[in-house]
Design a protein around this ligand. Structure first.
Ligand code: NAD
Length: 252
């Protein structure tokens, strides 16, 4: 029970990595607020946690909207008495080159992936600073570190998440708050199926690509969740500002 007594927020909590991490947080003893644009799906994850004997609430919210983020943080403080862990994980992707990307699409990707992470941090930091403790984990991507093809707005947005995370760690370390990014490679979630649809490809082509990684396979959401649990827990108490990569060795 590495997160016993802790209160945690998971954004994108109804998606592949978010759901797995919500379940893993609860299994380690945390009270979990499952936050997602898809409220019903978030409620289903919270119900799954409660059915297993855990404590969870679900909140529908758009992380790119400041009023929604303020409402979420206030609701979690009201329900759980504080915020010890914030996994800022909601994200979207557009599989287009710079020439193909419209300004509206660029702004939407940055709205969710960058402004969403910024807003979550802006509003959880004061709560954590008052308690002089907290662990924030932002979801970047292997592509935020090394780039990738046909995803210009996504790669730029995830690079911003990685560096924003370092900047947050510098500003808020003195307040007892640790801030790290988790950077997955290809993980078997709805996002991959969405990418395949956007590219007009079969999801099998992603499996073939993943098979070229040193570990010769795609990642599963629970494998990312396990790394996030470590960053959330006191086991990583001297780790901040780092970009943890969990990608089957794809960076090699
Ligand atoms: P997913 O599509 O299964 O989950 C994403 C979730 O975010 C969905 O439930 C969606 O409803 C929610 N969401 C989208 N926009 C939102 C908004 N504005 N406000 C609130 N919630 C919103 O995808 P996933 O693979 O679980 O992605 C989780 C994170 O992991 C994303 O940030 C993604 O970029 C990142 N990531 C995924 C992979 C991968 O291969 N799957 C690789 C690297 C990084």
């Amino acid at each position: 029970m590495r997160l016993a007594g802790k209160s945690a927020i998971v954004t994108g909590g109804a998606g592949g990595i978010g759901r797995a991490t919500s379940l893993a947080f609860a299994a380690e003893g945390a009270r979990v607020a499952v936050v997602d644009l898809q409220q019903e799906a978030a409620e289903a994850v919270a119900a799954e946690i409660r059915a297993a004997g855990g404590e969870a609430i679900a909140l529908g919210a758009d992380v790119s909207a400041e009023a929604d983020v303020e409402r979420v943080v206030a609701a979690v403080v009201e329900a759980f008495g504080g915020v010890d862990v914030s996994f800022n994980n909601a994200g979207i992707i557009r599989r287009t080159t710079a020439v193909e990307t419209t300004v509206e699409e660029w702004d939407r990707v940055f709205g969710v992936n960058v402004r969403g992470v910024f807003l979550m941090c802006k509003h959880v930091v004061p709560v954590m600073a008052a308690a002089v403790k907290g662990s924030i984990i932002n979801t970047g991507s292997g592509w935020g570190l090394k780039g990738g093809g046909q995803a210009i707005s996504y790669c730029a947005s995830k690079g911003a998440v990685v560096n924003m995370t370092r900047a947050l760690a510098i500003d808020h370390g003195p307040q007892g708050i640790r801030v790290n990014s988790i950077n997955p490679g290809d993980v078997n979630t709805g996002m991959l199926r969405d990418e395949a649809r956007q590219l007009g490809q079969e999801t099998g082509s992603f499996l073939a690509e993943a098979a070229e990684r040193p570990l010769r396979r795609m990642g599963e959401p629970a494998e990312i969740a396990a790394a996030v649990v470590w960053l959330a827990s006191d086991e990583s108490s001297y780790v901040t500002g780092t970009a943890l990569v969990a990608d089957g060795g794809g960076i090699a």
